[in-house]
Design a protein around this ligand. Sequence first.
Ligand code: C5P
Length: 400
Amino acid sequence: MIKGKVITLGVPGGIAVYKVADLASKLTGLGATVNTIMTGSATEFVKPVTFQVLTKNPVHTDLFSSSAEHKIPHIELAASADLFLIAPATANIIGKIAAGIGDDLLSTSVLAANCPVLICPAMNVKMYSNPIVQANISKLKEYDFHFVEPEQGLVACGDYGKGRLSDSSTIIYAIEQLLGQAKDMSGLRVLITAGGTREAIDPVRYISNRSSGKMGYALAQAVNSRGGQAILISTPTCLEIPLGVEGIIVESAMEMRDAVLKHYPHCQIIIKAAAVADYRCESVFSEKLKKDGESLTLKLIKNPDILAELGCSKREDQTLVGFAAETQFLDQNAKKKLISKKLDLLVANDVSIPGSGFGSDSNRVKLFYSDGMVEELPLLSKLIVANKIIDAVKNIRSKR
Ligand code: C5P
């Protein structure tokens, strides 16, 4: 999909420019023609020759330069592109585009663009959360500019939060989407569960786990962008239900079970990414507990295993995918669950590895197939992992 496409890459001046050099190299490697525009401040971080060598193309920096092939550079660079990519998008370029300002080659070229524009912000955490920057982003979204949100993490200045440039694989995936994602899931209804269930103790407190829901939401987004109908049964998380996805919010394992059983018969693919509590309180206190005693004993009773239940009543046309988050004996536990829950695929991850599993934007998983095959994936963004899981499901279904 990227092969043969022309990408105009606008590079503003942020510390993440060095990461964009890698992105430019990968896009070139995938067969795109990458025409780079650097702002003056971008050239303070990385010299144009870096992009020139990596993309095998001249780099443009000057609004007033004219060459034989680019008589009016900003018009040419905009008109020739299948996609206009801006990374690392600074608060400045976002503000300029939102205000319609064209005062250098990059900003004027964006104004002249007639193709999808994909903006990948990267900046200090406080700058990114600044309401003016956020208002500019909202405005640009209304005008159909596309965004790859920055990731959570440590930014160059030492602050922790949202602001790190998203990794190359996520940006490449977003480019593929914009350049025409295959709608290979159309006609399929996919039930996905996400998040950690909440088991009430009293009206105020609950027992839960560290699941953020990110993997399940990424799956729903991937299904949706590949043309499938995703039904996302999620516990409350800080994530937004992706556009086009039917979202159902539940709290406890019992509520999740009810919702899953209701939708299960109407779905062909079921992916249980939720971390369902194995136990719940035998009785929930009707009033808020007071700290009167020196100790408190809660009696927990077993929750039903929803996935195992689904496995028992699985139809021929249904494909069942489970998840296993383990801290030890990953392979043994995964294989055991695959068989005992009658799954077609089990996605296992060792949550003790940094950058993998709960709360993280990336994941390193192993796929266990019911025919005994095991596929180990490298550390990837959760959206890419989601697409790999869907590829695996499609593969399983095509062999039937
Ligand atoms: O056995 P374990 O809980 O580790 O299995 C994890 C898989 O089973 C996940 O896919 C999870 O969503 C599902 N599960 C379930 N109901 C439970 C516990 C887990 O559906 N009560």
